[in-house]
Design a protein around this ligand. Structure first.
Ligand SMILES: [Zn+2]
Length: 234
């Protein structure tokens, strides 16, 4: 196992890598630091440690997932044969800190079969579930219709909100998917509407700063952001 950490202010996000399949895992993880720094501090503190594995506890080898502490206890413990993560490590790095587990597969971190840079969205999607779980990313009464411009394999308002949140971190000028834009709505209009909605969520109460698109990230082929990935939520 290799351990890496990225930092923002006084906050640290830990990565525990149990796969050897991603040759440049360290540089991919370190490149996430600039994105982690865009998260509001109150949001950063909700993030669970990230376990990078060949297979998630259910055996799936693509995408990622998010498990609360209770869910991680029942679904990750005793699964070393599948995940490669010993129970002692789960206790030491996650459960004993009152945290749950973010699982990211090697395939997702390596962008296997996906556009380069898509892993940024995978990771921040799963972190977004932590923000949603602890602070709430869905405004009262909001539905998938209010979040049109997102897409998920099943219409689920939490997934849509988390998806929009991950894009707010990774590419805030394009909160909506180009392949899911509502008829007659431009990307800019969809972005503004979606951001206004996110800002009405409990997690954004009292938060005024907004990430802006930075220079370092854009070389990504953003057409690839239309790619779907699997997100396991028990
Ligand atoms: Zn999800």
């Amino acid at each position: 196992m290799r351990h890496y950490e990225i930092r923002a202010g006084s906050d640290t996000l830990h990565f525990y890598v149990y796969t050897t399949r991603v040759a440049d895992a360290e540089s991919r993880i370190r490149a996430l630091e600039a994105l982690f720094q865009r998260m509001p501090p109150a949001h950063r503190r909700t993030a669970y440690p990230v376990f990078v594995v060949d297979a998630l506890p259910g055996g799936r080898r693509t995408g990622g997932g998010n498990w609360s502490r209770t869910q991680a206890r029942t679904q990750w413990l005793g699964r070393q044969r599948v995940t490669g993560v010993p129970d002692a490590d789960l206790e030491r790095y996650a459960l004993s800190h009152n945290g749950g587990v973010i699982g990211i597969t090697a395939a997702a971190l390596a962008d296997e079969g996906r556009a380069r840079g898509i892993h940024q969205l995978s990771v921040f999607h799963e972190i977004g579930h932590c923000v949603d779980h602890h602070l709430g990313l869905v405004p009262p009464g909001a539905t998938v219709v209010d979040l049109r411009g997102q897409r998920y394999r099943t219409p689920n308002v939490r997934e849509y909100a988390v998806e929009a949140y991950s894009r707010w971190i990774v590419r805030p000028s394009r909160l909506c998917r180009d392949d899911a834009l509502p008829p007659g709505e431009t990307q800019d209009r969809c972005t503004q509407r979606t951001l206004a909605l996110l800002r009405r969520s409990p997690a954004f109460a009292g938060i005024h700063a907004a990430p802006t698109d930075p220079a370092p990230i854009p070389s990504t082929p953003w057409a690839g952001l239309a790619a779907d990935w699997d997100c396991t939520r028990p």
